[in-house]
Design a protein around this ligand. Structure first.
Ligand SMILES: COCCCN1C=C(N)c2cc(S(N)(=O)=O)sc2S1(=O)=O
Ligand SMILES: [Zn+2]
Length: 262
């Protein structure tokens, strides 16, 4: 699986700082300037093909909660779009704010969303394990989906109901038969894509980002349950609410953001 117990917690000063990885010139997240993005007619439709039976567990790693997938075979894959190779789904997680006014990592013409979903995949054509791919240029592909407050998301509710069981950092529970495709917007043909990095340590510049133009809706109450999670483990005397777990935005440094739509 792709989660690493060694990821620094969101409270670690390193993570919160406006840190740019040493020599980093393709860091994430960024603001997507719509009028500066370049339409690329060669971008293909994205073809996610997920098997809900590969869903294995959910855990609180101290910066978000991760829903992990068994990535030992090519059962849940992502191809197409800007990707040349086959990528395997290993986990998805979210970033959110303490209020609905902010929370997303990426922005669109400076517009903030209350939360952002990241679906993390690694290049199984080029690498044999996630830990290898995460250190390599274009070893990872992450789909980003913006969340807006609106009607209740029925598919998300199964996940929301189990969150109290992973309230504290390092807690984990079995979580099975969840189809991550239910979290994708109806239109996945319209997206922006650019070369970037992980937004949490180790901040490696290994990510082909694919940011969906269409958002999904979740209810106010569903997002409130995200905010009931804690950054801190059960032993710590001071409990800290898991909110504002997003990184500061990074400069584009000459990169081009391509769009799959005009
Ligand atoms: C050796 O293991 C390295 C860490 C593994 N991961 C931990 C993250 N913090 C992380 C953040 C990600 S994000 N916010 O850029 O999508 S993807 C991802 S991850 O690649 O799944
Ligand atoms: Zn993320």
């Amino acid at each position: 699986a792709c989660s690493s117990k060694y990821v620094l917690s969101a409270l670690h000063p390193m993570w919160q700082g406006p840190l740019v990885a040493p020599g980093g010139n393709r860091q994430s997240p960024i603001d997507i300037r719509v009028r500066k993005s370049v339409f690329d007619p060669h971008l293909k439709p994205l073809t996610p093909d997920y098997d809900p039976r590969t869903c294995s567990q959910i855990w609180n790693n101290g910066y978000s909660f991760l829903v992990e997938y068994d990535d030992t075979t090519d059962k849940s894959t992502l191809k197409g779009g800007p990707l040349e190779d086959n990528f395997r789904l290993c986990q998805f997680h979210f970033h959110w704010g303490e209020s609905n006014a902010w929370g997303s990592e990426h922005t669109v013409d400076r517009r903030l969303f209350p939360a952002e979903l990241h679906m993390v995949h690694w290049n199984s054509d080029k690498y044999s394990r996630f830990e290898e791919a995460v250190m390599e240029e274009n070893g990872l592909a992450v789909i980003g989906v913006f969340l807006k407050i609106g009607k209740r998301h029925e598919g998300l509710q199964k996940l929301v109901d189990v969150l109290p069981a992973v309230r504290h950092k390092d807690s984990v529970v079995e979580f099975t038969r969840f189809d991550p495709a239910c979290l994708l917007p109806s239109n996945i043909d319209d997206y922006w894509t650019y070369a970037g990095s992980l937004t949490t340590p180790p901040l490696t510049e290994a990510v082909t980002w694919i940011i969906m133009k269409q958002h999904i809706e979740v209810s106010h109450d569903q997002l409130a349950v995200f905010r009931s999670l804690l950054f801190t483990s059960a032993e710590e005397e001071v409990q800290k609410s898991m909110v504002n777990n997003f990184r500061v935005q990074q400069s584009l440094q000459g990169r081009t953001v391509r769009s799959s739509f005009t």
